[in-house]
Design a protein. Structure first.
Length: 225
């Protein structure tokens, strides 16, 4: 394999390696996301059970119920972007690139290598024949035809490689964007859902001697004496 072929092969191998890393990463993320989804469901159910057990402190019960509701919402509202979208937008997109870009490029590279080997073989056979012989003239025509085939394969490969570089960049950009989007959505949704009940729970206190819960301002100042 010549230097150009080696460079092209290295690029394809690097892209395939990147793809395997991305697929492993997404598979691990999906496993983690599914575990988080199960945790939020369990979290919600446990808090609901605790709320049912509380008989007197109605505001505390409300707090547990709100947290339970948030847990269920996290599990439901994050399912699409944390599980379905990565499967569809990351794994599927990468499989498409492997099928319609990397595999055809590898086939073109193999065709180029075969064409070069045939050209080299014809060149050796041509040089071994006697000058001016009919066989040498015939071999020269075969060699010229093969050189044109090599030129055509090279031109086709360069065109596809240029398109491949653009497609590869856009695909990686999309994959990274999807991974960042899922992380940002998950954390933003958690802040959105849990901020209000957490604040409400922080404002619950018990009055002395009665044990019943009431709401007091979060910034209240207690005066003694």
């Amino acid at each position: 394999m010549d230097e150009r072929g080696h460079d092209l092969q290295t690029q394809l191998e690097l892209m395939e390696c990147t793809g395997r890393v991305v697929k492993d990463l997404v598979s691990n993320l999906l496993t983690t996301y599914k575990e988080q989804e199960e945790f939020h469901t369990l979290f919600a159910n446990r808090l609901k059970d605790i709320a049912i057990q509380q008989q007197d402190a109605t505001l505390v019960v409300k707090g547990f119920e709100e947290l339970s509701k948030c847990g269920h919402q996290m599990a439901m509202e994050c399912h699409n972007i944390m599980i379905q979208r990565p499967e569809r937008e990351v794994l599927h997109v990468w499989n498409q690139m492997q099928k319609y870009a990397i595999v055809p490029m590898k086939k073109l590279l193999e065709d180029r290598e075969k064409a070069l080997k045939i050209e080299m073989q014809l060149q050796l056979e041509y040089e071994e024949l006697k000058q001016g012989s009919a066989a040498k003239e015939k071999k020269l025509r075969m060699l010229s035809d093969q050189k044109r085939r090599v030129e055509n394969v090279n031109a086709l490969l360069e065109t596809h490689m240029e398109q491949f570089d653009h497609y590869r960049t856009e695909t990686l950009k999309k994959l990274v964007s999807e991974l960042a989007r899922s992380q940002a959505f998950y954390h933003a949704k958690g802040l959105e859902l849990f901020a209000v009940p957490c604040q409400a729970i922080a404002e619950i206190c018990t009055t002395s001697g009665k044990g019943t819960a009431q709401v007091v301002p979060a910034d209240a100042t207690y005066l003694h004496g």
